[in-house]
Ligand binder design. Structure first.
Ligand code: ZN
Length: 296
């Protein structure tokens, strides 16, 4: 077991630490202003807002240089009603175009964390996504859980996925979200050497499990807060859910329509993650899973 205390918190699925601010010269300037917090300080992903952020723990400042390179973007600090809707696992030949129609109808822009295999099968959807002002980011080559393979192999797959994705998009990929949000130490520390910043989330709809559309939308609506990064999916490509026999059948475009309707009523707009982090102070946290070998 890792040490338990104020620096490292043991969780059922691994451990997480927090705090730290940039001293890494490879980071863009805005990340030097990053607020690094304990994972718990960011709140439950289904908590209703508002969610005030605490000041960083001064006792943790000594750890910043070591912790920042392992940290992930979870949200930004702002009072403005702006957030990022993010969609994982696509593109999907039917669900993604329907979703893009709804986003366009509401004038909302989002970030899509895509799988390279699906991108190469449906490059025209990716081109449409970019043409409509959305952002494309990397989720993986496929939906394999990269904490299940050695760290160097995981990094090799991320590098390959990024190269293949950029061959389709023709532009640099800036953000990476690990499958299942599961991040090993090697990937947490090594992804930025590939030019990628890791993005997790601060709100979700739990839309990987089946359920009534309104119930799923309500979970996301209840979790919205200024500066949120909201986890949604435009495809279900999850072998673990499939094995459990719980693959969703609802319309993902309809879930988003209901979320956007509520956002409009609350004055919220959605912009891609890149715009959110460029315009606001970034809130980061370190969440790293222990290698599986240690859990045996
Ligand atoms: Zn995923």
């Amino acid at each position: 077991m890792p040490p338990e205390g104020w620096l490292v918190t043991v969780r059922p699925d691994g451990w997480c630490t927090s705090d730290g601010v940039a001293t890494d010269s490879t980071l863009p300037a805005h990340r030097h202003r990053a607020l690094l917090l304990r994972r718990e300080a960011i709140g439950d992903f289904e908590d209703p807002g508002p969610r005030p952020l605490p000041d960083p723990d001064p006792l943790m400042r000594w750890g910043r240089p070591a912790l920042l390179p392992l940290s992930s973007v979870m949200r930004v600090q702002t009072d403005e009603p702006v957030l990022s809707l993010t969609y994982d696992d696509g593109p999907h030949p039917e669900q993604t175009p329907e979703l893009l129609d709804v986003l366009a109808e509401f004038g909302a822009r989002a970030t899509f964390f895509v799988l390279t295999d699906a991108v190469e099968a449906h490059p025209e959807i990716v081109h449409r996504t970019l043409a409509e002002g959305h952002e494309i980011a990397l989720h993986g080559i496929d939906h394999a859980r990269l904490t299940a393979v050695p760290g160097r192999e995981a990094l090799r797959r991320i590098r390959t996925g990024k190269r293949r994705l950029e061959a389709v998009t023709g532009r640099p990929t800036r953000f990476y979200r690990p499958t299942y949000g599961a991040l090993g130490l090697t990937v947490a520390g090594g992804s930025r050497a590939l030019g990628l910043d890791v993005v997790i989330w601060s709100a979700w709809a739990r839309d990987w499990a089946d359920g009534p559309v309104q119930e799923i939308a309500d979970r996301a609506i209840g979790a919205l807060h200024p500066g949120a990064i909201v986890l949604l999916h435009d495809r279900t490509d999850d072998a673990e859910a499939e094995a459990a026999g719980a693959l969703p059948t609802f319309s993902r475009a309809e879930v988003t329509r209901r979320i956007l309707t509520a956002m409009r009523a609350g004055g919220y707009t959605s912009v891609p993650v890149g715009e959110l982090v460029d315009r606001h102070r970034v809130v980061r946290s370190v969440t790293v899973q222990r290698p599986r070998v240690l859990r045996r």
